[in-house]
Write a protein that binds this ligand. Structure first.
Ligand code: NI
Length: 258
């Protein structure tokens, strides 16, 4: 059974067939889904999904592109949503210098605040980092405590950077990109990653793997990702699915009773 560690099923791309698709997921080997929020609005829609579907859990956090909407008042509200019984992570949070929608200091400020929140509430973090390799690593190092755990989602940096995150106890999120022919760097990363540190993710509706590249993505495509990882690691696909499921349970459920 597959653990989908990063999806956005509240996205409007799923408005026409969300409930059919989610029941299909459940019938086709997707055991759990963590739906990840990115804005204040998507925190609400993510929690609504988690309340409606027993197999969906929520990550609550504000994406670096959206931190401009944060202030002390709604940050207090955000904290309350982190205490929801189905919230299993703080995310997605981080730095995005590709879209560069907010200035770097603003992004860093709210990244720190959200990491502090995660530490206080003992939640793992889901980190989004795009073209912000050095700054993300620096912020995470500064915030690091042995208790703060997390995943670097849709990892796009070099093996040396992955190694630094592994040393701090982080997991690495691997999605559809690993099936792309030109994804040489990510394939190198996957080759060096210990299997017990990999999480499978889609980031759907984005980043569909080959052979569905360019189409709307969904968790139903995760077997293609597992297959690509298995090939790079010289493992059986089933083993990749089993180990990554265990990894995600460890990180998100932290041994608690469901
Ligand atoms: Ni995402």
């Amino acid at each position: 059974m597959i653990f989908e560690s990063h999806a956005h099923y509240d996205d409007e791309a799923f408005d026409s067939d969300r409930s059919e698709l989610l029941s299909q997921c459940q019938n086709q080997g997707i055991e759990y889904i963590v739906n990840v929020s990115a804005s204040l609005g998507s925190v609400k829609s993510t929690l609504a999904l988690a309340e409606e579907y027993p197999f969906i859990y929520a990550a609550v956090g504000i994406h670096p592109d959206e931190v401009g909407e944060l202030n002390e008042e709604n940050f207090a509200w955000l904290k309350e949503q982190c205490r929801h019984p189905k919230t299993v992570a703080a995310g997605e949070i981080g730095l995005d210098y590709y879209w560069d929608k907010e200035n770097h200091e603003t992004q860093k400020y709210w990244f720190r605040r959200q990491m502090d929140l995660a530490k206080e509430l003992e939640l793992p973090i889901i980190v989004h980092s795009r073209e912000a390799c050095a700054d993300t690593l620096e912020e995470i190092k500064k915030a690091h405590t042995p208790k703060l755990k997390g995943v670097i989602h849709c990892f796009s940096y070099a093996p040396e950077t992955a190694r630094e995150y592994l040393e701090m106890g982080y997991y690495i999120g691997v999605g559809g990109v690993v099936t792309f022919k030109n994804a040489k760097k990510l394939k190198e990363v996957v080759k060096m990653l210990p299997p017990e540190r990999i999480l499978l993710e889609t980031d759907c509706p984005y980043l569909a793997p080959v052979p569905n590249r360019g189409k709307r993505n969904s968790s139903l495509n995760l077997p293609y990702v597992a297959e690509a990882v298995a090939e790079l690691k010289g493992m059986e696909t089933e083993e990749v699915i089993r180990i990554t499921n265990e990894n995600a349970r460890k990180l998100y459920f932290q041994g608690r009773e469901l």
